[in-house]
Design a binder for this molecule. Structure first.
Ligand SMILES: Cc1ncc(COP(=O)(O)O)c(C=O)c1O
Length: 339
C-alpha cells in the first residue's frame, strides 16, 4: 500500500531507533533531561528565539501559545483554512476562552490588508483583537508558503496594530526548503512559533514551542496544566534531533515527487488541479465526476491511499517513505482510474 494520506504516517528507521537508545535521559518535569535541554537550546538558537519547550504535539504547542498571548474574551485572527481553526477541536475556546475570527485568504495565507479588515475597533461590545495566527507551509491551503516579502508585510501590519503573531510552523521545514528563508528570520517576526518533528521529518512524536524566556517559563506551567509534562523524553528528543539532522535533506525529493504526481493529475480528464498551488509536499485536487470518498475508495482498492478534503476534494502528501517506484505506481493508478 502506498500511503499518501499524510506525512505523519512514517515509521522510525533503525538508525533513528538506535539514536534513541543512545540518548542520555532524566526527568524532564524536573528539567533534568540532558537530551531535551540540549535539543531545546539547539532549536531556539536555530530559529532565532530565546528559548524553547518540547511538546507532545503540535496542537498542544499552538494552544499553549494562544493561552500565553491572550486573555479570556480576546479574539484571534486566522485564515479560514488554518489548522487552529479547523482541526484543533475547539480547544482555543475551551482552554483559553477566546474566539477565532476566520478570514478568507488565498491558499490558506493571510496578508496585511486582510488582517486590517478583520481587526476590531475596540468598542466595548466587540471582542478585543489580540493575535494573528499564520501557518507556514499551509496544510489545508495545499502546502503553500509565505515569501519573505509577505511575511514582512504581515509583521509590519501586526506591529502597527499592536497585535501579537503566532506562527504555526508544523511544516516550516518544507517552507524553508522551498523559499530558502533562513530559519532564524522567523524568530525576528513571530512572538511565538511551533515547529514539528513528526510530519515530513519522520520522528514518531514531538513538536516544540519557541518564544521568549519569560513566555517559555510560563508555557511550562501551562503545558503541565494540560497534562503535557513528560518524564524521560530524551528518547523523543533524540528521535527528533536525528530527524532534523538526517531527514531534512529528503524534503527536496518529496517536493519533486509531489510536483510529478501533480502533473500527472493535471493530465487526467476526470481530475482538476491548479499546478501553481503545488509548492511543497502536499497536493490538493478535485474530482470532476463522483465524490471524493468514492475516489478514495477506488484508489485504495488499487493500493494508493489519499484522504478526502471536501465533498469533491482530495489531498495527497509525500514523505520520505514513498520512493520513486511508489510514485510511478501511483501515477499509473491515477491514469488508469481518472484519464
Ligand atoms: C499546520 C498544522 N499545525 C498543527 C498540527 C498539529 O500537529 P499534531 O498532530 O502534532 O498535534 C498539524 C497536524 O497535521 C498541522 O498540519
Amino acid at each position: 500500500m502506498i500511503d499518501l494520506r499524510s506525512d505523519t504516517v512514517t515509521k522510525p528507521t533503525k538508525d533513528m531507533l538506535h539514536a534513541m537508545m543512545q540518548a542520555p535521559v532524566g526527568d524532564d518535569v524536573f528539567e533534568e533531561d540532558p537530551s531535551v535541554n540540549a535539543f531545546q537550546q539547539k532549536m531556539a538558537h536555530m530559529f532565532g528565539f530565546q528559548a524553547a519547550l518540547f511538546m507532545p504535539s503540535g496542537v498542544m504547542g499552538n494552544q499553549v501559545a494562544l493561552k500565553l498571548l491572550t486573555n479570556p474574551g480576546d479574539e484571534v485572527i486566522i485564515e479560514k483554512k488554518g489548522h487552529v481553526f479547523n482541526y484543533e477541536t475547539t480547544s482555543a475556546a475551551l482552554i483559553s476562552s477566546i474566539q477565532l475570527h476566520s478570514v478568507q485568504g488565498s491558499n490558506g495565507k493571510l496578508n496585511g490588508d486582510l488582517i486590517r479588515s478583520a481587526v476590531r475597533s475596540g468598542q466595548d461590545w466587540e471582542p478585543l483583537s489580540k493575535v494573528v495566527v499564520i501557518e507556514n507551509s499551509t496544510n489545508k491551503g495545499g502546502g503553500a508558503c509565505y515569501s519573505k516579502d509577505e511575511l514582512s508585510n504581515i509583521k509590519e501590519t501586526v506591529d502597527g496594530l499592536g497585535l501579537s503573531l503566532h506562527l504555526d510552523g508544523a511544516r516550516i521545514w518544507n517552507a524553508i526548503e522551498t523559499t530558502g528563508i533562513a530559519a532564524d528570520y522567523f524568530g525576528s517576526i513571530a512572538d511565538t512559533m511551533t515547529i514539528s518533528f513528526s510530519k515530513g521529518l519522520g520522528a514518531p512524536a514531538g513538536s516544540m514551542l519557541l518564544a521568549s524566556k519569560e513566555r517559555i517559563n510560563e508555557g511550562r506551567r501551562i503545558r503541565k496544566m494540560l497534562g503535557g509534562g513528560m518524564r524521560q523524553i530524551g528518547l523523543l528528543a533524540a528521535a527528533a534531533d536525528y530527524a532534523v539532522e538526517h531527514h531534512r535533506s529528503f524534503l527536496k525529493e518529496d517536493h519533486h515527487r509531489a510536483r510529478v504526481l501533480a502533473e500527472t493529475i493535471s493530465g487526467c480528464e476526470r481530475l482538476s488541479i491548479n499546478l501553481d498551488t503545488v509548492e511543497t509536499n502536499i497536493l490538493i485536487f478535485d474530482v470532476l465526476e463522483g465524490s471524493a470518498s468514492e475516489a478514495v475508495k477506488l484508489l485504495k482498492e488499487k493500493g494508493v491511499q489519499v484522504v478526502p478534503f471536501g465533498p469533491k476534494t482530495l489531498r495527497a502528501t509525500f514523505h520520505f517513505q514513498v520512493d520513486d517506484e511508489d510514485l510511478h505506481y501511483a501515477q499509473e493508478v491515477f491514469i488508469e482510474l481518472f484519464d
